[in-house]
Design a protein. Structure first.
Length: 450
């Protein structure tokens, strides 16, 4: 009996072990944490947007109630109640079945299939389901705001006092949708360990077979062929290419063209059926009626720009040749502008006939930069410089030893590498003549940013 049971147990445990070796258990926690983080960000943004929408409609109702109470009740009361119920539903954090939304996310599709495929991943599957529910709710809410804006435009057409309110609704819908898309992209910010784990998973023939049956794409196209989640939508032919191919294959034969036309009509009917199955796709191509600020939907770290620069100062009766080595951090408040702070270390270099490295002080900087045209921008800032060596921080608290600078000039930015931008900045110090000892008013800095 033992001889019979031992091989049988080995056969039973092999699949579990094989699947376990595909995705090591320690990666489950990382995937669960990231999924939960994205879900939390989307839910917070959803609640914030719904609160804003409820508040905005209440203000619009109060404004209309002063001139037309009956219209205020008819237009806003039911909508505000619906928004309150929608807010309660969004707060429930209910899981949802995977389906194709406005934009296909290959990583999320792979993740939801992996959560079903891998053993001991019940928690991951639950969190992925909750994330899919949040994304689905966000798409419904975005579509609701768009529809509500159109309805209010028609209902409030005779009133001129709601122009700005209606514009605000359109902006809110756009930025909400873009912010959710930005949060969802966090899923694809993978470290090397997660990248390796997902690569091993895709190499598994068992997972590929499982993916064919349970992915969103396989459900959409109803196919049992090998579906690659990241490449299935690539390489689709354009209309002109299809027409050229038909011309080459059938020529000018009218009967053949009639048969092709019938097949195209059948394909159109099938596509309309897909549109009914996924109605949210109807609004995916809507364009905003204002110029969006792309920085508004970026995360804080994505709006930060880190860099540094170096500046040399000629020797004088008071100072040797010096080099200012600075590190700085800037916050991008728009696509064209940023503002930030920096710290500079003053390194004494001596002279050409006698090079001597020494510490000559520190500097504190604040600056702003705004792009004017192409690679040229206006740059300026205020600085405090301490031109003396110090042995401890307490010496810097005496502000009498600091010199002030007010700088304004131009910056030229160029691409140094795929990840680095170089810049050359020419500045004029308007307070240089007031300093004692005197310092050079013209400053040229060579820098980089990332």
């Amino acid at each position: 009996m033992k001889r019979f049971l031992t091989p049988l147990l080995c056969i039973i445990t092999v699949p579990s072990f094989a699947q376990d070796s595909i995705m090591p258990r320690r990666y489950y926690a990382q995937l669960e944490e990231k999924t939960q983080k994205v879900n939390s960000l989307i839910r917070k943004k959803t609640q914030k947007s719904l609160n804003w929408l409820i508040s905005r409609e209440q203000l619009m109702r109060a404004k209309l109630n002063k001139s037309d109470p009956v219209a205020a009740h008819r237009i806003f009361d039911r909508s505000i109640d619906s928004l309150q119920r929608l807010k309660s539903l969004a707060a429930a954090n209910l899981p949802a079945k995977a389906k194709l939304g406005r934009q296909y996310n290959s990583y999320l599709d792979t993740l939801q299939v992996a959560a079903k495929f891998l053993p001991a991943s019940a928690d991951l599957q639950q969190k992925v389901g909750q994330l899919q529910g949040s994304i689905g709710q966000s798409e419904q809410i975005s579509a609701y705001i768009h529809e509500r804006q159109r309805a209010l435009k028609n209902q409030l057409a005779q009133y001129t006092m709601f122009t700005k309110d209606l514009q605000s609704l359109g902006k809110q819908a756009y930025y909400y949708q873009e912010q959710v898309r930005e949060y969802t992209s966090i899923l694809q910010d993978r470290n090397k360990a997660q990248e390796k784990a997902m690569a091993l998973l895709r190499k598994s023939s068992a997972f590929r077979a499982f993916f064919q049956k349970h992915s969103v794409l396989s459900e959409l196209f109803g196919t049992n062929n090998d579906v690659n989640a990241e490449q299935a939508l690539e390489g689709l032919q354009t209309r002109s290419q299809v027409e050229q191919l038909i011309q080459q294959r059938i020529g000018n034969n009218p009967d053949a063209r009639q048969a092709i036309t019938e097949q195209v009509n059948q394909a159109r009917d099938q596509f309309n059926a897909f549109k009914e199955k996924f109605p949210v796709l109807n609004n995916s191509a809507e364009m905003p009626d204002f110029k969006p600020n792309q920085m508004k939907t970026r995360r804080f770290l994505q709006r930060m720009e880190f860099g540094g620069n170096i500046q040399f100062q000629r020797a004088s009766n008071w100072y040797p040749t010096m080099g200012d080595i600075a590190l700085q951090a800037a916050y991008k408040f728009s696509e064209k502008g940023n503002a930030g702070i920096g710290l500079a270390y003053k390194l004494g270099l001596g002279s050409l006939d006698r090079i001597a490295i020494s510490s000559k002080g520190v500097g504190i900087r604040s600056f702003a930069d705004y792009r004017i045209k192409n690679a040229f921008s206006l740059n300026g800032g205020l600085e405090m410089n301490h031109y003396a060596a110090f042995s401890h921080i307490a010496q810097l608290k005496n502000w009498n030893g600091w010199q002030r600078s007010a700088l304004l000039g131009m910056r030229y930015t160029y691409k140094a590498s795929p990840k680095l931008k170089g810049n050359i900045t020419v500045l004029y110090d308007f307070l240089a003549r007031q300093q004692a000892p005197f310092s050079e008013p013209l400053k040229i800095r060579f820098g980089y940013s990332k």
